[in-house]
Write a protein that binds this ligand. Structure first.
Ligand code: ATP
Ligand code: MG
Length: 245
């Protein structure tokens, strides 16, 4: 369980303090997914980085599996927008970077993860030889390499073309079913939130507060993207984002 209680995050101090997150309370049960959507600059990344233990909450508390988050955790993986690949390392080395840095030899699962992501044929290539969609998949492989219980993603598929994006979203659902991690996805893409969030939290403009919580019980069903339930969630999210904006 990921549990946030009355979380406030401010940058700076005193009269110059900028409040980015204002009293957010939410929870993600083990193995479930949550999408966070909100206007640019509202505080989405700030909130995600606080859950990742990279930024300290000014007030309130964040717990993962009952433990207070006091810094980066071994059971938590973070994926950023540009995948953060090292150009001088191969696909295989990039995918296993966390383990190699920890001086642990990657397990046999490392190759299995690359295979699941359709990267087996390119594992000796360098990032400059990959398409943008492949780079994002290497980023996902890296996150999976440590078998995390919690996956945190900050717009991992931003600026990909629609079909590539949808293909990776489909793939991600399969990985989620197989690896059973919990995930929090930050996105500004309404359809992505509706496709990948079992629950979607709509945030207000800065400072981010919970503006609406949209449950999405049919998420993950076969051909969900073509269903009327999916269209209804997209419509609802759009209305919530536009309300009072
Ligand atoms: N290091 C910092 N120091 C001061 N203010 C910051 C810092 N980082 C972010 N902010 C401010 O906090 C607010 C929230 O930023 P954040 O990056 O969390 O927004 P976001 O919702 O992720 O935006 P986007 O959708 O554009 O990625 C913004 O107003 C930003 O200017
Ligand atoms: Mg951001």
């Amino acid at each position: 369980m990921i549990a946030l209680r009355d979380v406030v995050v401010e940058y700076g101090r005193g009269v110059r303090a900028v409040r980015a997150v204002d009293r957010i309370t939410l929870g993600v049960p083990q193995g479930q997914s949550l999408a966070l959507i909100g206007p640019s600059g509202c505080g989405k990344s700030t909130l995600l980085f606080a859950v990742a233990g990279l930024i300290r909450a000014t007030e309130g508390e964040i717990r993962i599996g009952g433990e207070l988050v006091a810094g980066p955790r071994r059971d938590t993986a973070l994926i950023l927008q540009n995948a953060g690949l090292l150009p001088w390392k191969t696909v295989w080395q990039n995918a296993n970077l966390s383990l190699l840095l920890a001086k642990e030899y990657p397990a046999a699962t490392a190759d299995a993860v690359l295979a699941e992501l359709g990267l087996s044929d390119v594992k000796s290539r360098y990032p400059s030889e990959l398409s943008e969609g492949m780079k994002r998949r290497v980023g996902i492989a890296r996150a999976l390499s440590t078998s995390p219980e919690v996956m945190l993603m900050d717009e991992p598929l931003a600026s990909l073309d629609t079909l590539t994006k949808e293909r990776i979203q489909d793939l991600f659902l399969k990985l989620w079913a197989r690896h059973a991690f919990s995930f929090v996805l930050v996105t500004h893409d309404i359809e992505e939130a509706a496709f990948l969030g079992q629950r979607i939290v709509v945030l207000s403009p800065r400072p981010a507060t919970v503006k609406a919580v949209v449950d999405n019980p049919e998420m993950g069903k076969l051909d969900y993207r073509e269903s009327s339930a999916f269209r209804a969630v997209v419509f609802r999210l759009r209305a919530e984002l536009e309300r009072g904006a």
